[in-house]
Design a protein around this ligand. Sequence first.
Ligand code: URQ
Ligand code: ZN
Ligand code: ZN
Length: 482
Amino acid sequence: MTSLLIRGGVVVNADRAFRADVLCVGDVIVAVGPDLKAEAPSGAEVIEADGRYVMPGGIDPHTHMQMPFMGAVTVDDFFSGTAAGLAGGTTSIIDFVIPDPQESLLEAYRKWRGWAQASASDYGFHVAVTWWGESVSRDMGTLVAEEGINSFKHFMAYKNAIMCDDETLVNSFRRALELGAMPTVHAENGELVYLLQQEVVRSGVTGPEGHPLSRPPAVEGEAANRAIAIAEVLGVPIYVVHVSCAESAEAIARARARGQRVYGEVLAGHLVIDDSVYRDPDVARAAAHVMSPPFRPKAHQEVLWRGLQSGQLHTTATDHCTFCAAQKLVGKDDFTKIPNGCGGVEERLAVIWDAGVNTGRLTPSEFVAVTSANAAKLFNLYPRKGHIAEGADADLVVWDPERTKTLSALTHHSRGDFNVFEGRTVRGGPSHTISHGRLAYVDGDLRAERGAGRYVKRPAFGANFEAGARQAHARSPIPVQR
Ligand code: URQ
Ligand code: ZN
Ligand code: ZN
């Protein structure tokens, strides 16, 4: 079995940072402490980490590899996407199974599991509930009991495609509660988006600059408030993906102040990129930024940072969903046809470190909380992942706070031909990424292996989740049969 000794670094967990060596044997951390020795007889490979941080590998809880969407398929498959993640220090992703309306959840799940066999790093899935019926309820049960799924996604936008209505939300949230699974939502009012899209196009605005006009912050705020209210009535926790604006961040903070279990995710892109990108005279560049929710006026960024700093928002992700220029330009004369999505799985850690830790907004431990530990806790992977301790997975990043890099599509590892962080120089980055105790990235040398990643089962939530639900029901007017 291979051994790897990381010597002399500062180990950063979400609760504390301390100087210690880390010894990995095979795919597990076997010791964390001072002056560890390599195992005889063969010894261990040694990484000298003096002056660097040793952190849990990043967990990106929101990616879309090889996803068929809006008539196209994202260009990063599970191999290229996870390899890019490893180059940036991310060692696990949670991607999405998205059944078409009327498609069996289990069949869609098996299809995605097949595609994901190529992954270079560990992965799991949220499964989207895009319609409702007896078989959906049954499949949700099977997915939780047998397949290690503990979260279900609901798209409140994308009318006439994968959007789910309130009936589906209510039924699925209730079923998730029964199963001990976390409901998650893409919060945008799809009816309003649909109406505004027609109106913006009719007004003569057909280019990418029309995209944010059709999806204003109030559209996101309405959906976040509605999903949170449904969750409150049913007494189920809820996780809101890609919170992009003050309206939804404040909805989450208000609910949390009432004692509701509501969690929010922020994308690295929404933290540092603003809506001026849609007014770029180069239509290809503007179209490359089309994603939903869109990039927002700058003032929203501060609200998102404060949410992460205060603990009202919990995780960071990328929504890595790369389409190339040719795919995006299909909608150059009708922005409603531009496939939605942007990349970032490789850049997330460095962007958040640079804009978060280097500016004093986050401590290194808070950085670990929002880039791995909180996602691991919320999706029941903790402390196997998101934590450095004996017995945890040997998924680690050795972080050099002095390394600088200018981010660019010319040097990134994604197959995408555009980088939304193009030209941004960041200070702080990985010198080594370790996945299953193996060096997957060393100083610019990416050693990702197709198929080396493993599917990670995530057990249903147990007593804590149920106790929380019971407490919520005590405040709820509606009794729940258990
Ligand atoms: O909405 C999403 O999360 C996916 C399906 C598309 N990408 C995006 O624009 N955010
Ligand atoms: Zn979304
Ligand atoms: Zn997404």
